[in-house]
Design a protein around this ligand. Sequence first.
Ligand code: HEM
Length: 311
Amino acid sequence: MNEHTLTPDELTDQISTVLPTPPGQRMLHQRGVTVIGQFRAEPRARQLSWGALFSGEQVAVIARFSGTRAGTHDADSGDQGLAVRFVPATADPTDLIAFTLPVFFVRSGADMLEFLTAVSAAPQCPAAMDEFRQAHPESSAAFELGSDRAPRSYVGQRYHSVHAFGLVSPTGTTTWARLEWHPDNTVEPLPVETATTLAPDYLRHDLIDRLPARMTLYARLPRADDPVHDPTAVWAEPAQLIPLGQMALEARTADSDLDFDPLRLAPGMSAPRDRLAADRSAIYRAARIRRHAGSESDCGTNRFKHPAHFE
Ligand code: HEM
């Protein structure tokens, strides 16, 4: 498939064929639990970005933790997601979508379609994944980083933005950094056979039991030779990590119908320069339109609501 021949709408159509989704549900990350809380930036973050998010004032957040596919057990639901909407009182919101893998499998929406096609063919045709991996050597790092253990807690693990975002300082200097959430209390993963004895949605129950919980946002800076704008590339260790602020997750709220967008950024941050981010933004938009087809709520009005509206 030539990636230049497919529009985001066509790609979304084809992805929805590979991943049949019940009407009204997200195409991926259907199962989720939504929490409201607050974020407060560290003073040092202000030097990196002048955005309202990093002002040091308390910023309301709504956070959705998710597993990848409906109908699966939490023990084998793949990677978990954490999508956070920051809602500063004085500026437009910013979305930060992250998941548990530090790098991604592909560099574009068209390559993602190939990947998903291979994943769904694999049970009948085991060679499908090998063929994909041969055609896409850049996917090796994500495959190798995958865990054979099951998550124990949504709030006990790290989440990564995968893309590098630009943090724009008060003097106009841009620092490119991957953003990542670290738990204040790490919870070790479980052997899959132990996790499968728990309730199918054990991560949801665990999260509710652990609230209030805290997570810290870090900027991971690239080393000199790291490919900054390649979401498939592992960056050199030891990591250069700068703490940007703390998120306090306070209470569960109704599972949100928010339309997270990888490119919804308030001033003070620059969009990633890799192709994957732009493709994702267009595909999420198309997917959301399908999700709400025929529904009265498809007018984007939830985009700027304060989290309190979801209580
Ligand atoms: C080309 C690659 C990708 C495609 C085509 C894709 C597609 C999608 C789609 C269609 C949705 C549902 C959108 C909606 O209905 O609102 C979704 C949700 C999500 N994606 Fe991706 N995705 C891609 C890459 C990624 C990456 C790299 C990450 C991690 C940084 C990620 C994390 C998530 C998360 C956490 C959600 C759930 C958001 C929520 O809670 O509403 N995805 N994705």
